[in-house]
Structures are given as C-alpha cells and as structure tokens.
Write a protein that binds this ligand. Structure first.
Ligand code: UT7
Length: 320
C-alpha cells in the first residue's frame, strides 16, 4: 500500500462539561452515564466551530509531520456538522492554512468519516493523484442535540483530529469499509425540509435521534468482523497489533470487541471518559492522544476502526 501516516494533531473546545453539571440540565445521573457508557465528561464548543477546530488540528498535524501547507495536494474532512452547507469545511481549512495546491472536499460517513477519508487518500495515492494529504475528522455535535433528550445529549461531544498522509512504500497496510443504508433509520438527523415556490414545509431543523440498542447490536457484530477481515486481508495477526483504536461510543462496545477478538483490553486505549463520542473526530483524536503520549514507535502495528450512522463502518491496519 503506497501511503504512510506521518503526523497527527487534535483540538478540543475549552469548555469541559462533566456528568455532574449535566445532571442539572436533564433527568440523568453521573452513575447512569458512567455505568452504561463509560463517559464522564465531554467538551462543548462555545467560542469554537467545526472549522476552527479542524484548522487547529490540521496545523498541529502538519507541525508533527514537518509538512508545509504548500506541500498538501489533498484535504479531506469527514464531518456531519460543518458550519456551512457550502463551501465545504475542507475548503475553509484550505483557505485558513493557505494550502493553495490542494484539492479539498468533505465526506459524510458519520463516525466512520476518518476511516473513509483515509481510504480515499490512499486510493488517490495509489492512482498517482496525490502525494501528501491531510485527513481530518471534525465535529460540533452539540448543535445537533436536543438538550432535553437524555438518551442522546449525554453521549456526544465536540472536537477535531487530523493526520498527514504521505505517499510511501509502506504504512497503511490495508483498509476495509462498508455500509448498510437499509439500517440507516437507527441513527438520524434530518436537514432542511423542502421549501420552494410550490411547497412550504417550514424551516424547522431536526435533532439527532438514535435507536441506541440497534446501533449497539450493529457495532458489536460488525466491528470485530471488519477488524478480522482487514487482519486477514493484510496477513497480520491480532497478536501483532499493539493498539486497537476504536470509535469512542461506549466502553461496553470496546470491551465486547476486545473479548470477541480475544485480545486484552489494555490494547484498546480509550478517551471517551474525557471526550465522549465525537463522531468522525473520535478516531483521529484518540490516535493523536496515543501518538503524543509517546506510546507509538516506528514499526508498531495498529488498527483503527470506525462505525456509525449510515450505517457505515471501516477498519484499517497501519504500520507506524
Ligand atoms: O457514534 C455512533 C454509534 N453510537 C453508538 O454506538 C451507541 C450505541 N448504543 C449505546 O451505546 C447504548 O445503547 C446507549 C448508551 C445509547 C443506551 O444504553 P442502553 O443500555 O441501551 O439503555 P436503553 O436505551 O435501553 O435505556 C435503558 C433505560 C431506559 O429507561 P427504562 O425504559 O428502562 O425505564 C431509558 O429511558 O435508561 C433510560 N435512560 C436514561 N436514564 C438516565 C436513557 N438515557 C438515560 C440517561 N440517564 N441519560
């Protein structure tokens, strides 16, 4: 595979919002949230936006990689919560970091957005269409929550993560991805209704609605299968993997995947306790936490896996 990840970065809002503070807003308890999900805190955008956090994460990833903006020829942002319908978040990032030589676009694959972005960047490199790419997952999910709905608002947070990908002989060993639109109704946020000279459906927007148990079942069945598939495809054994970095939705999902893969939970770092579920931002933010803590050395093998609305999923094996 002709691509390597050479730098990571992340950005979180300043405002921390702990479970105890959330108890004052909705009919929930710290105990319920922690025991059902593992989440203790999340960060909420007050001064920040999806674009501002994406830009900050991008700058940090470029600094980590030692890559200048003019070297970038591709910018992909996975997001379901861009600040504008258009221009894309990726084009706004391009403008802010002065990456004048890049092609920039967003993709909507929800919590698998970073994995899908990685797949596209790698495919561009394989096709000879890119040399140096920036892949970002960035979200401001707090604006898409019904803050009276305890079944969703306690789960999600805001933030952005980014990685620089360079065309090289090895690094991204293999990726699998998939989607099942027939089950998409399990996790939904509607957009603007039709409004034109012939139809007036009002201007109300909708908030995030989730059939939590359906998504949970999907995750615990699909994620281990996708990881086994990508391990098979690359000929890498689970025992050779140093870390499995999974989408940060629920600690019980992560524990179930670890059990199914017969791997110790110590190989599954998590930051959902601090950050909650940041959709496309979760995997690259966790990756940056692990990278910046000095736990990755060149040659380490890691797995990344994302899953969520669509329904969508993706898993990758990387040599660091
Ligand atoms: O990023 C996209 C991927 N998303 C996911 O992977 C999420 C997957 N799903 C889950 O993680 C879990 O299904 C949830 C954490 C969302 C919910 O946990 P659960 O164990 O499936 O709970 P539940 O929905 O079955 O609800 C159990 C009870 C209900 O009360 P009754 O009907 O038993 O009286 C809910 O009303 O818990 C109640 N409940 C709450 N109670 C206190 C739901 N939310 C809350 C809350 N605080 N925040």
């Amino acid at each position: 595979m002709p691509a390597r990840m050479i730098g990571t970065g992340s950005a979180l809002p300043k405002k921390a919002f702990g479970n105890k503070e959330l108890e004052k807003l909705v009919d929930t308890t710290d105990e319920w949230i922690k025991s059902r999900t593992g989440i203790e805190n999340r960060y909420i955008a007050v001064e920040e936006s999806t674009t501002s956090m994406a830009v900050e994460a991008a700058k940090r990833a470029m600094e980590d990689a030692g890559v200048g903006a003019e070297e970038l020829d591709l910018i992909i942002v996975g997001t379901i919560s861009g600040d504008m319908c258009f221009p894309s978040t990726a084009c706004q990032v391009q403008s802010a970091i002065l990456a004048t030589n890049a092609t920039a676009f967003d993709i909507n694959a929800a919590c698998a957005g970073f994995l899908f972005g990685l797949t596209i960047a790698e495919a561009y490199m394989k096709a000879g269409m890119a040399q140096t790419a920036l892949v970002i997952g960035a979200e401001t999910l707090s604006k898409m929550m019904d803050w009276n709905d305890r079944s969703t608002c306690v789960l999600f947070g805001d933030g952005a993560g980014a990685a620089v990908i360079k065309k090289e002989e090895t690094g991204i060993e293999g990726i699998v991805q998939g989607s099942d639109g027939a089950r998409g109704g399990a996790l939904v946020c509607k957009n603007r209704p039709v409004n034109n000279p012939f139809v007036h459906n009002g201007f109300l927007t909708d908030y995030t609605k989730m059939d939590g148990q359906a998504v949970y079942k999907f995750a615990v069945q699909t994620v281990p299968r996708a990881i086994e598939e990508v391990l098979d495809k690359t000929g890498v054994k689970a025992e050779e993997i140093k870390y499995f970095l999974l989408h940060q939705a629920n600690i019980r999902i992560i524990e179930s995947v670890a059990r199914k893969l017969n791997q110790p939970i110590s190989k599954f770092p998590a930051n959902l306790q601090e950050c909650g579920n940041i959709s496309a931002g979760s995997v690259p933010i966790l990756l940056d936490f692990v990278n910046k803590s000095g736990k990755l050395v060149r040659g380490d093998k890691i797995v990344l896996a994302g899953f969520g609305a669509g329904l969508t999923w993706g898993a990758a094996v990387l040599t660091w």
